[in-house]
Design a protein around this ligand. Structure first.
Ligand code: GDP
Length: 487
């Protein structure tokens, strides 16, 4: 059938078990239906319910997205009146159930890994709350990602009435949800006294630097208020999915969508994030040249934050991990001088720095391996420093994340969302190196990203609590005690 694609003489399901919709134009986004040719088949099958909800969501995006009558109607709320003032308030008791189209606008922010995990969280939130997801183009979003929804665009139109205010929306803005709660502008609503009028939009700031008021986003009563507001403008750099699993109102639906709870990013990431053709070119050229012929591919993602120590100390820890865990073969210092024709492994290193690559490559050039394995070492780029905003820099970063996701075995660096995206897309449970205080590494408890700056507030008891001990499938991250992740 047309939903299959041939690899050699094996047919592959290009729709990934019902995750992807059929019928997209293939040429406009080659990666969408071709990822199956490069990635091992996932043992995790999306639930039929998830597939059904995704198709319904696509219909919603088409019905309410840009260039529709309903979108034009919805943005009227945001337009200034004849006096140039945006005075409109929603009537008391208003609920988004009565407006046909409600929206989450995701505002781009941070490095690419952070952007991808927060965008995916925003998408899950939109799916859960029946809102249309639109994204701010920010720094080259449209150059990195294909349109995910058929027959409609997720790019926020350039004439969106509030677009010129995005720069001013930050953690101190009066339109911020947390600030409105703090100034009691909408707190009566939260307490159930719905006699106040609400604004047609709020700004939600779910970032590493948010305050305790903003964290109330994750409480059920506050979610009920948000349900009355048609436009949510969301800026985030966090994978806030784990905390959605702790909101009782969403629990049942999330369980139906994801019977395997540790596959949320694996499924939603593969659904939503398709590299554009230029990025796909970077990915496939690297893959064919350096990775395709190997018997095994080992990914090594090296990300060092605030490097105080020498690069060699970091490399020693990563190599110790790789050798102890038998992810890479040891070298032989006094064995045979010539490697024989053993298994071929390709090591893919990604890093801003080229020092690690040089060292690993030399190690396997200067010495044979103990059992004659042949090791090739490849690093696609070494960009020196983070350059969010530069198109080619970000395209390379996306290509490298994707290439890491095509490996069989993955070593990542502590705290890095760059690695989280790779492991999630690839369905890999990596070994995490560079954890403070750990000279070697630790196997991740699941393939999910970590919500680094998760709240620790129990909405019922209104006290601080250990949210990693409430339900069995939400635990603390391996490398960040305050963080939460799905297992
Ligand atoms: P995190 O800071 O490790 O959580 O990851 P982010 O992706 O959010 O931010 C780091 C940014 O630095 C990336 O988006 C890239 O711009 C750059 N960067 C970091 N490591 C690499 C790498 O290995 N390769 C490339 N090409 N860029 C990198």
């Amino acid at each position: 059938p047309k939903d299959n694609i041939l690899k050699g003489n094996v047919t592959k399901d290009k729709l990934l078990g019902g995750l992807l919709a059929a019928g997209f134009d293939d040429g406009s986004c080659l990666s969408r239906y071709r990822s199956v040719l490069y990635r091992k088949e996932s043992p995790h099958i999306p639930s039929r319910y998830l597939a059904e909800r995704l198709r319904n969501h696509e219909a919603l995006q088409k019905k309410c997205g840009p260039n529709t009558e309903l979108y034009d109607k919805a943005i009227k709320w945001l337009k200034p009146d004849a006096h140039g003032k945006r005075k409109k308030q929603l009537k008391p008791g208003h609920s988004t159930e009565t407006t046909e189209c409600n929206y989450v606008v995701y505002i781009s922010y941070s490095g690419l890994g952070n952007r991808i995990v927060s965008l995916t969280s925003a998408f899950l939130y939109a799916l859960l709350t029946n809102r249309v997801l639109l994204i701010d183009r920010g720094t080259h979003m449209a150059d990195l990602f294909c349109e995910p929804f058929p027959d409609s665009s997720w790019l926020l139109p350039l004439d969106f009435p509030l677009l010129n205010q995005f720069g001013r929306l930050h953690k101190t803005s009066p339109q911020r949800f947390g600030n409105m709660l703090k100034s009691k502008a909408i707190s009566d609503e939260v307490n159930g006294a719905s006699n106040k009028s609400l604004p047609p939009y709020v700004y939600i700031h779910l970032s590493h630097d948010y305050d305790d008021y903003e964290k109330l986003f994750f409480c059920e009563d506050d979610q009920r208020v948000l349900q009355k507001i048609p436009w949510l403008l969301l800026r985030s750099n966090q994978y806030f999915v784990p905390s959605l699993f702790l909101i009782p109102a969403y629990e049942e639906e999330l369980g139906r969508l994801f019977p395997e709870r540790d596959t949320v990013f694996h499924h939603l990431g593969r659904y939503l994030l398709h590299p554009t053709n230029p990025v796909w070119g970077l990915i496939t050229r690297s893959y064919q040249s350096y990775l395709a012929k190997a018997d095994e591919r080992v990914g090594m993602q090296i990300r060092v934050f605030g490097a105080k120590n020498s690069p060699f100390e970091h490399l020693d820890r990563i190599l110790k991990c790789a050798l102890e865990e038998k992810l890479l073969p040891d070298i032989s210092l006094n064995g045979p001088v010539v490697s024989t024709t053993g298994a071929k492994s390709a090591v893919l290193i990604t890093s801003l720095d080229s020092t690690y690559f040089e060292k690993v490559r030399s190690m396997y050039w200067e010495h044979p391996t103990a059992f004659g394995e042949i090791i090739s070492v490849y690093q696609p780029s070494h960009e020196g420093v983070e350059q969010t905003g530069k198109e080619m820099h970000q395209m390379k970063a996306w290509a490298e994340i994707y290439l890491l996701s095509l490996t069989d075995v993955l070593i990542t660096s502590s705290w890095s969302t760059f690695g989280h995206v790779a492991q999630g897309l690839g369905g890999l449970r990596p070994w995490i190196a560079l954890i403070p205080g750990n000279p070697s590494c630790r196997r991740a408890i699941s393939m999910e990203p970590c919500f680094h700056f998760a709240p620790s507030y129990n909405c019922k008891t209104k006290t601080s609590a250990d949210l990693g001990a409430v339900v069995p499938h939400v635990r603390h991250c391996e490398d960040m005690v305050g963080g939460l992740k799905l297992v």
